[in-house]
Design a protein around this ligand. Sequence first.
Ligand code: PGA
Length: 265
Amino acid sequence: MEKARERIPVVAANWKMNKTCAETVNFLSQFLYMVEDVNAQVEVLVFPPFTALRSATTFLQAEKPRKIFPEIGAQNMHWEDSGAFTGEISPLMLKELGIHHVIIGHSERRNLFKEDENSILKKVEAAIRHQMTPIICVGEKFQEREEGLTEEVVKNQLLSILQLFKKTEFTDFMIAYEPVWAIGTGVAASPEDASDVCRYIRALIGSIISPDVAAKVRILYGGSVDVKNFRDFILEPDIDGGLVGTSSLDLKKFVELVKIAGNYG
Ligand code: PGA
């Protein structure tokens, strides 16, 4: 059964700490060639490491636009425009490269690098200030799911962020629901369970911001998305695409995911 799409589906590649500049450009050029004839409406976002951003945007600027054309985004950023923050990258630096999308609050940032709700909120604030589109990642740990706390965890992660969007009237954002136990494990959530949480998130957006915004915002599922399970996720009415790690590193698989999102594969 095909679903009527009121929101354009998104396939987002989170490459994490993978691919050099040369590998990035090589991937993008082959990708463009492989989707040349794909006549589907899909938003494709690619998030390479910081070191490859410049090469990626320069390469794409020289290419002629076509129906499927990736946008390059950043996997993280600091909230200040400049300053004494060794090892950090600012929104201004990203904007200069023509970058408009940024992943904020990925579970690896939260868990491995101890990012807390306060710094995530400041990053969202910075994205709003710079009119960038944040892809905000939320999701529960295994133990929390076992204890039936999924909705509570997701709500706590989103509450002040959604209030900030309401206050600033900024509505150009996406949410990625990524259960921590499903990331990089090969064990995805079931489409039904993921859909329940995405529906809950949409309702939360509706009650805190407005039903109009809730109807418009794209909510992605992430966590062991692959070519075998992706169709079932995006057939769910409240799941608008995927934030894909492992499978996005493989060109053929990534092209297949884009085709699936566009009902083309
Ligand atoms: P995965 O990663 O597809 O390898 O599970 C997803 C993510 O971390 O965004």
